[in-house]
Design a protein around this ligand. Structure first.
Ligand SMILES: [Zn+2]
Length: 114
């Protein structure tokens, strides 16, 4: 559910961008979403369809780049991708701790019609 307010905010930012650069409308919004960010891309796309109606984003497309979380091994410090079932380092089999990688959530770029 918290995708609703964040989608409103994304549309607001994109509309500001259009006005600031004297553009006609937003063509595409490129988002980066870490899989551990707590945001669901599908939900954002769903809300966007509804909220964007009547705005400068009405015909815009949302492109989402997903970032896989990386863990850091407490033993050998290797960074590795978490699998669904395991937090264990593939090299030395010690436990991996979460890193910032995978918690991203930001607008990478906004494409407008000039
Ligand atoms: Zn290790």
């Amino acid at each position: 559910m918290h995708e609703y307010p964040i989608t409103c905010e994304i549309i607001g930012i994109a509309e500001d961008y259009v006005r600031r650069y004297g553009a006609q409308e937003v063509l595409q919004i490129n988002l980066v979403i870490g899989e551990d960010s707590g945001f669901i891309g599908d939900s954002i796309e769903m809300y966007f369809e509804v909220i964007a109606k009547g705005t400068l984003c009405e015909r815009a497309h949302i492109e989402i780049e997903y970032i896989k979380p990386l863990l850091k091994c407490v033993g050998c410090h290797k960074l590795f991708e978490r699998t669904s079932a395991s937090f264990t380092c593939p090299l030395c089999h010690q436990i991996g701790r979460p890193t910032a990688r995978g918690k991203e959530f930001y607008i990478k770029s906004i494409e407008v019609d000039l």
